[in-house]
Design a protein around this ligand. Structure first.
Ligand code: SF4
Length: 391
């Protein structure tokens, strides 16, 4: 749970503030911090408290204690005038997305979100958050949406801020790449991007008919391919992402060939199981495919790419449902806070190495088969451990 609600006191506009539990620190940076406290401290201080508060306070009162106790020094919260409070930077998490918008120009049939039909921007929150962030080590960032390139000016400002404040941080920008088919747009984004930024771009099929059917956007295959090639003209690193659905499961080997021959420069190819929430949930019968049904096709695709020295990873595919040959490519879940296991996983000797399932999915794969005590941990996973990745 990263959201909660309290009773607002004297909050006229949304506030993005850094959490502190120390009154002295709060008084030093009153405009930027929110003090988590037992009792309200009066008008001057912006407080977040589980107590009922009073008319004289500023901030949020009657916030559920469970939410309050998870807030740590340095976290960043957004507090809205209606009393909603969202944890937008969690210092305890490896994965804090920078959401720029809920709006998207594609309508992917397995989208785990429900994109907004109209433009809706969150880039101001992201920018404020980047200005407030005070962390001892440069963190990693994931820029996502919706489609972040639809908020082009905001995206460029976020990239500029990242370059200035966190020049050595790894950054992933998840985009469908379509707007980057416009060379001027690609130029603006590529030139603003910090050195450690990787463009993570989904390609769902080796042909326009199937890719466009999955994205629900005619012409998207052509635009995405052009966008990727524009970025490469600037020497920008590209990760290709493949979400496996019924529509592309049989042709994964063909897609691997397409990726190798058309994007040999890709720094990483990520195959991932779908998260059946949002739009995917509404289209479940159309998109659902059991991992056991594409075990062979996935193996061919992974082996083909690996033999050609391409870096391949598998996400959210349970180890017991993929072939032995590709288990070394399995990584941790793409979202640590969504990862869960089924009761039968309790007796599995490989649970610690397994990416598990999306807790947010309405359907989980069947045919789970726990490993017994003597089974070994895949070598590559042992070597590299889980790779942090944003969705
Ligand atoms: S039984 Fe559960 S923990 Fe073990 S490999 Fe399968 S999904 Fe993972």
């Amino acid at each position: 749970m990263k959201e909660s609600k309290g009773i607002p006191r004297r909050i006229d506009a949304s506030q993005v503030r850094r959490i502190t539990t120390t009154p002295k620190a709060h008084r030093k940076e009153r405009a930027d911090t929110a003090l988590v406290c037992g009792e309200s401290q009066g008008r001057e201080d912006f407080c977040i408290t589980s107590s009922p508060g009073d008319e004289k306070m500023t901030g949020l009162c009657s916030v559920p204690g469970g939410f309050l106790t998870r807030l740590r020094e340095g976290d960043i919260v957004k507090v809205d005038p209606d009393g909603r409070i969202s944890l937008v930077w969690d210092t305890g998490s490896r994965q804090n997305p920078l959401y720029l918008t809920d709006y998207c120009n594609s309508r992917c049939i397995m989208c785990p979100q429900t994109p907004e039909a109209h433009p809706c921007h969150h880039d101001e929150t992201a920018k404020r958050m980047l200005r407030l962030l005070a962390v001892p080590e440069p963190p990693s960032f994931g820029i996502t949406g919706g489609e972040p390139t639809l908020v082009l000016d905001g995206l460029v400002e976020v990239l500029d801020l990242l370059r200035e404040r966190f020049p050595s941080s790894p950054v992933q920008l998840l985009t469908n790449g379509r707007r980057l088919a416009d060379f001027q747009v690609a130029t603006r984004v590529a030139e603003s991007a910090p050195r450690g930024l990787v463009f993570c771009i989904p390609v769902f099929a080796d042909n326009d008919v199937e890719h466009d059917a999955i994205t629900g956007a005619k012409g998207s295959f052509r635009e995405t391919v052009a966008g990727i090639h524009n970025l490469v003209r600037y020497g920008r690193p590209i990760e290709i992402r493949v979400v496996i659905v019924r529509q592309n499961a049989e042709r994964l080997a063909d897609l691997a060939h397409f990726i190798f021959w058309n994007f040999p420069f890709a720094v990483h190819i990520a195959f991932m199981a779908m998260e059946t929430s949002g739009v995917a949930c509404a289209n479940l019968d159309e998109v659902w495919v059991e991992p056991s049904d594409y075990r062979g096709a996935l193996e061919k695709a992974v082996v083909f790419l690996n033999q050609r020295m391409m870096r391949v990873s598998l996400y959210n595919l349970p180890l017991c449902l993929i072939s032995e040959k590709v288990r070394p490519f399995a990584r941790d879940s793409i979202s640590d806070w969504k990862k869960m296991f089924l009761p039968e996983c309790g007796e599995c000797s490989q649970k610690a190495s397994c990416g598990g399932f999306f807790g947010t999915s309405v359907r989980k794969p069947s045919q789970i088969k726990p490993f017994k005590g003597g089974d070994t941990i895949p070598e590559k996973q042992k070597k590299e451990g889980g790779t942090s990745i944003f969705l």
